[in-house]
Design a protein around this ligand. Structure first.
Ligand code: ATP
Ligand code: MG
Length: 365
C-alpha cells in the first residue's frame, strides 16, 4: 500500500500543504523546528487517528485555528481509498471515501503505518507500560478483534477497580458481584493474552532476522513475553488461559481487597528483549538498544504483511543520523522496494542514499 496524494490543513505549524508522494522513498530535509516531524505526525494520524507524541489532539490544531484537516489518497490492492480526518478541539471525525465512519475501529487499518523515532529507544529501556502500549497499538492496528478486546478490557478493568475501591472503603459488600466482574475480566484477558503470545512469537522470529541484518553483530535477538499470570504457557488453549486467570483471581483475592485494585492481567504484562539470552534492558549497549528498537519496528512490517498481505508505510523520524554508515546501508537495503518510506533529516550529507533509487526530496522551511 502507499500514500499517493496528501493534503494538510492547519495541522501544527503547517497551514496548507499539498503533496504527491513517491511510492518508494520520500525525504524531508530542513533545519530544526521547520515542521518535518509534524508532516510525519500528520501521516501517522491519518493512518491511526492518534499522534505518536501526544494524547491531546487539540495540541495538533494550528495555533489560533478551530480545526485541522488531513486528506489522503491511498493505493491498496489496486484500489484507491480516500481517507479524511478532521480534528476539532471537541473531538475528531473520520471519513472513508467521503462516508463518515461512526466508529474509529472501522477506519483504523485502512492505512497501516509504522513510525520509528528516537523516542522509540525507550521501548527497550523504558517502563513496562510503554511495551504494553506498544503491543496494544501495533496489534490493534492489524487485528480488529484485538482492538475490540483491548477496549473492552479497559472498561471492565476500570469497573472492577472501582468496585474494589468501594469494597475497601466499606461502601460495598457483595463479594459475589466481585466474582462476576472477575470472571468477565478473566474472559477478556484470555482473549488478549492468547493473541499477544501469537503475535509476539511471530515478532520474535522476524525481529531476530531484522536484527541480524541491521546490527552486524553476531548476537541473537529474542523477544520473551511475560504475562503477569505466570502460570500461563504459550501453547495453552484460550479456555485454559481463562481458567488459570480465574484461579489466580481467587488466590490473590485478599491482597486485591487490601490494595483496592486489580493486581493481575494484561495491564501488568511485559516483554523482555534478550541478546544471546541476556536481558537487553540491563546489558545491551546504547547502539545495540537502538538496533533492537529498529529491528522490532522492521519486524512489525513483516507482521503486518503476514496478517494483511500488504506492506505498511514506514515513517523514520531523525533515525538516519543516529546510525553509522554500514547500518544505514543495511536499513535502506532491508526496506528497499518493499515499503513506501518517509524519512526526515536535517542534512542530506553523510547518508548513503545510493541504495535508494531517486528519492523524492522535500525541503521543509
Ligand atoms: P527538528 O529537526 O528539531 O526535529 P522539525 O522540523 O521536526 O525539527 P517539528 O517538530 O516538525 O520540527 O515542528 C516544530 C514546530 O512546530 C515548532 O516551531 C513548534 O512551535 C511548531 N508547532 C507545534 N505545534 C504547533 C501548533 N499547534 N500550531 C503551530 N505551530 C506549532
Ligand atoms: Mg523533528
Amino acid at each position: 500500500m502507499y500514500l499517493d496524494h496528501f493534503t494538510i490543513k492547519d495541522f501544527r505549524n503547517l497551514e496548507k500543504l499539498d503533496m504527491e508522494f513517491d511510492p518508494n522513498v520520500n525525504i524531508f530535509v530542513g533545519n530544526n523546528a521547520q515542521g518535518k516531524t509534524n508532516i510525519l505526525e500528520a501521516i501517522y494520524f491519518l493512518a491511526l487517528t492518534r499522534s505518536h507524541r501526544t494524547n491531546s489532539d487539540s495540541e495538533l490544531i494550528r495555533f489560533g485555528c478551530e480545526y485541522a484537516t488531513l486528506l489522503g489518497k491511498v493505493h491498496k490492492n489496486q484500489v484507491e481509498i480516500n481517507l479524511r480526518v478532521a480534528i476539532a478541539k471537541k473531538g475528531k471525525k473520520v471519513w472513508i471515501n467521503r462516508i463518515e465512519q461512526s466508529k474509529l475501529s472501522k477506519y483504523i487499518g485502512q492505512l497501516n503505518a509504522i513510525l520509528f523515532s528516537p523516542e522509540d529507544l525507550s521501548l527497550v529501556k523504558g517502563a513496562p507500560s510503554l511495551r504494553r502500549r506498544f503491543m496494544d497499538q501495533e496489534f490493534g492496528q492489524v487485528n480488529a478483534e484485538y482492538l475490540y478486546f483491548a477496549r473492552q478490557y479497559r472498561q471492565v478493568l476500570m469497573q472492577r477497580n472501582n468496585y474494589l475501591k468501594q469494597l475497601l472503603k466499606n461502601q460495598a459488600h457483595d463479594l459475589v458481584f466481585l466474582d462476576v466482574l472477575s470472571d468477565q475480566l478473566a474472559g477478556i484477558a484470555a482473549e488478549i493474552v492468547f493473541r499477544r503470545f501469537r503475535f509476539l512469537e511471530y515478532l520474535s522470529t522476524a525481529a531476530s532476522n531484522a536484527y541480524k541484518n541491521i546490527s552486524l553483530d553476531s548476537e541473537k535477538l529474542t523477544l520473551v513475553y511475560h504475562p503477569s499470570v505466570s502460570q500461563i504457557e504459550a501453547d495453552d488453549s484460550k479456555e485454559k488461559m481463562y481458567q488459570k486467570i480465574r484461579a489466580n483471581f481467587k488466590k490473590i483475592r485478599d491482597s486485591e481487597l487490601r490494595k483496592g485494585t486489580t493486581l493481575i492481567g494484561p495491564h501488568r504484562d511485559d516483554i523482555e528483549f534478550r541478546l544471546n539470552q541476556k536481558n537487553a534492558h540491563l546489558y545491551a549497549s546504547q547502539g545495540q538498544q537502538r538496533s533492537i528498537a529498529l529491528a522490532i519496528k522492521l519486524a512489525e512490517i513483516s507482521l503486518i504483511h503476514h496478517l494483511t498481505d500488504e506492506y505498511p508505510i514506514l515513517l523514520l523520524d531523525d533515525v538516519m543520523s543516529e546510525l553509522d554508515h554500514e547500518r544505514q546501508s543495511s536499513l535502506l537495503n532491508y526496506i528497499h522496494g518493499k515499503t513506501q518510506t518517509f524519512i526526515t533529516t536535517t542534512d542530506l550529507e553523510g547518508i548513503s542514499w545510493e541504495i535508494v533509487n531517486e528519492p523524492k526530496i522535500y525541503h521543509v522551511k
